[in-house]
Design a protein around this ligand. Structure first.
Ligand code: GLU
Length: 470
């Protein structure tokens, strides 16, 4: 049978990094087995679902390259089908209308607790033949078997046993007729032919209920793999509200999709000591059965390290898109600064993220950069005025604006004054960038171009003049 997995997020908040790892594991499992991967948007919670969250999910799947063979399916478009199955369960005596009010059910729960039992609905309308009250809109409850066990051979958790006695008759349709989560998931997994359900272990308790419903529908039961939660850097459960949890954040911070996937695949799964996995290797090596049972904690240091690794071989177009958006948002024009391709070549080995690359390169496109006062006062000093002025003259005469030629001019100027290159390079750096940090000075001037370099050097010289006069 062809392996078929699915990712079934509820669009009720930002897409969570844990959710993406679930998606990745499902995707890898399908790809490893030459199977199919389905995307299903579980948007039946109308109050909490938003179009924005759905758009984010779709965008992130695309960004990460987690392509799906079917979908996106939307549960809100399958209402009639759910109703059909609910009616079928009623007609086969696997489900029944329950007319208890909320107050009555609460009372049953309290009583159960008083008896030292789990709070649960007591099956009051399960086999009742008397005519129902006319003023109550009933819910539909599933008839959970009264005894027996559900044994799950979970691909990650191992054998997990549930006693049916512990489970009550769960609601599968609300009083307004809408289907509940456990019913919609069962119908979808059944109709979509899902063979392997890979999801967060927060759903483990739902699994025996879903299996009972599947059994009553006489369909085969999929394999299950419940993946442990991801913990934050302090070892606490990562909540949707935690900033580190949102995948968009990683996108906006300039992490590369492959680096994030590599990081996530290793968060709870390993193959020897190997840290770096290409997508191809992930697909060939991933084994859901080797996913850890215990939770893993986020380690942003490692992610940064991986990102730096992937940056070295980044597809230029990906970096160009990121930088273009970044500078556009800052209203900086790219037209009179260095070509992005050339800039990326120089900077990509010096940073951990694309955002860092963009930030550290802003000065190239921003002529109105400010001087960092502390470094300016330290380096733009009268002693350096003469070498800087000579350098300016020589650079002005340079026709072939190449890094190598710029370097020779630096060398001849510093030789003339008998000073180390650094003694001149750093003040020049401050003059042309406003800060004490940039790539090699010859490369920086080359990228900046002759006109801008000369104008900015002049600005540095003027700063010295003004400062020494006051
Ligand atoms: N929609 C559920 C969630 O986002 C997942 C359901 C499932 O995978 O079965 O938590």
């Amino acid at each position: 049978m062809t392996t078929k997995t699915r990712f079934a997020p509820s669009p009720t908040g930002s897409l969570h990094i844990g959710g993406v790892r679930t998606a990745l594991y499902s995707w890898l499992h399908a790809r490893h087995h030459d199977g199919k991967f389905v995307l299903r948007i579980e948007d039946t919670d109308l109050k909490r679902s938003t179009n924005e969250a759905t758009d984010t999910i779709l965008k992130c799947m695309e960004w990460l390259g987690l392509d799906y063979d079917e979908g996106p399916y939307y549960q809100t478009q399958r209402t009639l089908r759910y109703r059909e199955v609910i009616d079928e369960l009623i007609s086969t005596d696997n489900a029944y209308y329950c007319y208890c009010t909320k107050e009555e059910v609460n009372k049953m729960r309290d009583e159960a607790m008083k008896r030292g039992e789990k709070p649960r609905y007591n099956g009051f309308w399960r086999d009742r033949k008397e005519s129902p009250p006319s003023d109550v809109d009933p819910v539909v409850r599933f008839k959970t078997p009264l005894d027996g066990q559900i044994i799950i051979d979970d691909l990650v958790q191992g054998k997990v046993v549930f006693n049916n006695k512990e489970l009550d008759d769960l609601i599968i349709a609300r009083a307004d007729g809408s289907a509940t989560y456990n019913l919609t998931v069962v119908v979808d997994d059944m109709d979509m032919g899902i063979t392997d359900v890979i999801r967060g272990d927060d759903h483990l308790n739902n699994t025996p209920r879903q299996i009972n419903i599947l059994k009553s529908l006489n369909v085969s039961i999929p394999n299950y793999a419940h993946i442990p939660m991801i913990l934050d850097t302090n070892g606490k459960k990562l909540s949707k509200r935690n900033d580190d949890a949102s995948v968009l954040k990683y996108h906006d911070e300039g992490y590369i999709a492959e680096a994030l996937l590599n990081y996530l695949v290793r968060l709870g799964w390993s193959k020897g000591d190997q840290e770096v996995f290409s997508i191809k290797e992930m697909i060939s090596d991933f084994d859901i059965k080797r996913v850890n049972k215990s939770s893993s904690s986020l380690n942003t240091k490692k992610l940064r390290w991986l990102n730096q690794h992937y940056l070295k071989n980044i597809k230029t177009s990906v970096a160009v898109d990121f930088l273009t958006n970044f500078y556009e948002e800052k209203n900086l024009s790219l037209s009179d600064g260095p070509h992005l391709e050339a800039l990326i070549e120089v900077q990509k080995n010096r940073v951990h993220t694309l955002r860092e690359l963009a930030e550290k390169s802003t000065f190239f496109y921003n002529d109105r950069y400010e001087y960092d006062n502390k470094v300016a006062m330290k380096y733009l000093i009268p002693e350096i005025m003469e070498p800087m002025t000579i350098l300016h003259e020589l650079l002005n005469e340079l026709d072939d604006w190449q890094a190598l030629n710029i370097k020779s001019i630096f060398e001849s100027t510093t030789n003339q004054f008998d000073i180390d290159i650094g003694k001149l390079a750093q003040p020049v750096r401050v003059a042309i960038t406003g800060t004490g940090i940039s790539p090699g000075i010859d490369e920086t001037l080359y990228l900046l171009g002759k006109t801008k370099s000369l104008a900015r050097l002049r600005r540095g010289i003027d700063f010295i003049i003004t400062n020494s006069a006051s």
